[in-house]
Design a protein. Structure first.
Length: 618
């Protein structure tokens, strides 16, 4: 399905996309006035669905032209209206159509929200009628609380002061505010912190092909997490493919909109969207192995308490469950505070002179809760959480850890449970280490790669192999062969800069095969350094006589004498920047191809070689 413009147009009820010929110079002030005078504008409604159950949450009102004989592009129509001082009349007309038609179709009986696009430029127009939206809402019986005014991020930035004033004006009258096309402008984060809208609609650019673009996935994931933490609902618009829908649902995004779910229509569609099949059966960050790697894997889903509940409700929970150490305070899935057993009982129930219960019994939880001393996302590693604990003040050192997923409450983890998990993991890693080099072995390598794939972190995976190692072993002996393996292991570890160790990983697959995981930008320099250091050790590994000769003689696999060149390395690099790799098995399959290419290149040139995934070389 092709991508749709925000302002698609209709001719006799049929959807169509305007072509390049629809340029602004085809539209003038007279065109706009004729459209208004002839009542040529109407409204279609596109449903916005709840990601939880597929029910209709609201409808976005989209302007359409009844008979668009001149192929007028509505996006350009609004641009020209701004330039010709007709924006106020056009904006009010579209707003009036949305409210009147929405009411006529029964939106006020459905309990759904009505999303209306508002031009900030219209608000600063001297001709703009203050209070026109109030009049329309009252006239057509639509509650102001059910009207959501969408203002595009890009437009708002150009008129930031006005945007601020407009938001305050409408918020005081109980309207909801949405930032539309979030990410298309340049001041999004500032806007979130200052305006605190009720909704954020992520620009369709970031939703399109999100299943194939790791950068888009991470950006949307970060936006959603930030919004959820400050109580903003997130809408993914422009969903046009099944794969995009699945990604945004399992990312925890609240609301869904797009042609894949339902196209704009002159009626109010009331059917549910069939989305239950797209929910993951297991909503956790667990890796495929039995070993716990992420804090979300060990989080306990303690039932939260509302901030509006009274102290007695929390007191009852603690008394009934002697093992309950803390209570998360959650509102609309957002973690807003914590109650820690000992401090809660000591400060609020007992009190300084023993009158705490008498003085505080009628207090709401919101008046006595504490801010979380540590809040982390579910896909943060155990080791990283342990490091963050050390930065807490001593009085909060043993407080339970609050865990969120995409900014929403996920669970809590007692500190002792975290320490037990880290200890267990350390024992597993120790058992899995290669006995010759002490480097992590196959199980650890697979877990490390799976972790990065699950977290959608860009990385390069470098597979390192020693060329003609078997004949070397046969000629120089196994003790010398072990020396080669140990030497290469040390070189690999030393070639990864200390500053990159938090991200990089070094493992020993077995025999003469090693693996290095690095950020994409440093993989080639790291591999070049490994080769250079390894080749500088060749006089020691071969002896000066063979090194000066440049070859040695040994028996091949057919037990025939053959001349072999000195040891060299073949390195194949697979990058997750090429496209979205979904599994360790897929990565291993690609690695086989790339390593084969590196081996062929090495045999052809008679030297060490590096081959990066050929898909990057197109």
């Amino acid at each position: 399905m092709t991508s749709r413009s925000k302002w698609d147009i209709t001719i006799d009820g049929e959807e169509c996309i305007s072509e390049d010929r629809n340029s602004p110079d085809r539209i003038d002030r007279q065109t706009i006035l004729e459209l208004l005078d002839n009542d040529s504008l109407t409204t279609h409604f596109q449903p916005i669905f709840s990601a939880k159950d597929g029910s209709v949450y609201g409808y976005e009102a989209l302007t359409r032209i009844r008979e668009n004989k001149n192929d007028i592009n509505i996006s350009e129509l609004f641009k020209v209206a701004i330039l010709t001082d007709t924006i106020s009349s056009l904006d009010v007309k579209c707003r009036g159509n949305a409210i009147s038609l929405g009411s006529l179709l029964g939106i006020n009986h459905k309990g759904s929200y009505l999303f209306i696009n508002v031009c900030p430029e219209a608000l600063m127009d001297p001709a703009h009628s203050v209070g026109i939206t109030d009049e329309l809402a009252d006239k057509y019986g639509i509650s102001k609380e059910k009207i959501v005014l969408e203002i595009t991020e890009e437009s708002a930035i150009h008129n930031y002061k006005l945007f601020n004033e407009a938001v305050d004006y409408y918020k005081k009258r109980d309207y909801k505010i949405a930032i539309d096309d979030f990410g298309a402008g340049y001041g999004g984060l500032k806007m979130l912190s200052v305006i605190e809208p009720d909704f954020v609609k992520i620009d369709r650019h970031f939703i399109s092909n999100i299943d194939k673009a790791t950068v888009k996935f991470n950006l949307v994931d970060s936006i959603a997490s930030a919004c959820h933490r400050i109580g903003i609902k997130v809408i993914a618009e422009g969903i046009e493919r099944e794969e995009e829908l699945k990604i945004v649902i399992n990312m925890g995004i609240d609301l869904l909109q797009g042609y894949y779910l339902y196209k704009p229509s002159p009626i109010l569609n009331g059917d549910k969207a069939e989305i239950s099949i797209f929910h993951s059966k297991k909503a956790s960050c667990c890796s495929t192995s039995a070993e716990q790697c992420f804090i979300g894997d060990i989080a306990d889903r303690v039932a939260p308490i509302l901030p509006s509940a009274h102290l007695l409700a929390a007191f009852s929970r603690f008394i009934k469950n002697s093992e309950l150490r803390s209570l998360p305070v959650v509102e609309d899935e957002r973690l807003v505070g914590m109650l820690h057993r000992h401090r809660f009982l000591e400060n609020n129930v007992l009190g300084k002179y023993g009158y705490g219960m008498h003085l505080n019994a009628k207090k709401c939880i919101s008046n006595i809760m504490e801010q979380p001393s540590l809040m982390v996302e579910a896909n943060v590693t155990l080791e990283e959480v342990a490091q963050r604990i050390q930065s807490r003040k001593s009085e909060f050192l043993y407080d339970d850890i609050c865990v969120t997923k995409n900014g929403k409450y996920y669970g809590i983890v007692p500190v002792h449970m975290l320490l037990d998990a880290i200890t267990e993991r350390s024992l597993i890693l120790a058992r899995n280490a290669n006995p010759l080099t002490g480097l992590p072995g196959n199980d650890s390598i697979q877990r490390e790669i799976n972790k990065r794939l699950l977290q959608n972190i860009h990385c390069d995976v470098c597979y390192i192999d020693i060329d003609n190692f078997k004949p070397y072993n046969d000629t120089y002996g196994f003790e010398k062969g072990d020396m080669v393996i140990k030497t290469l292991a040390c070189i690999i570890k030393e070639s990864v800069r200390p500053s990159d160790f938090d991200f990089s990983f070094v493992g020993h697959i077995g025999g003469d095969d090693f693996i290095v995981i690095t950020p994409p930008k440093i993989s080639i320099p790291v591999c070049e350094k490994i080769i250079s250091s390894f080749e500088s050790n060749l006089p020691i590994l071969h002896g000066m006589e063979d090194y000066n000769r440049g070859y040695y003689v040994s028996k091949n696999r057919k037990n025939e004498e053959e001349t072999f060149r000195l040891l060299s390395l073949s390195i194949g690099i697979v990058s997750t920047e090429v496209y979205k790799i979904k599994s360790y098995a897929q990565l291993a399959s690609i690695a086989t191809e790339v390593k084969k290419a590196a081996k062929m290149q090495s045999a052809l040139n008679g030297t060490s070689s590096i081959a990066r995934d050929r898909r990057l070389m197109g």
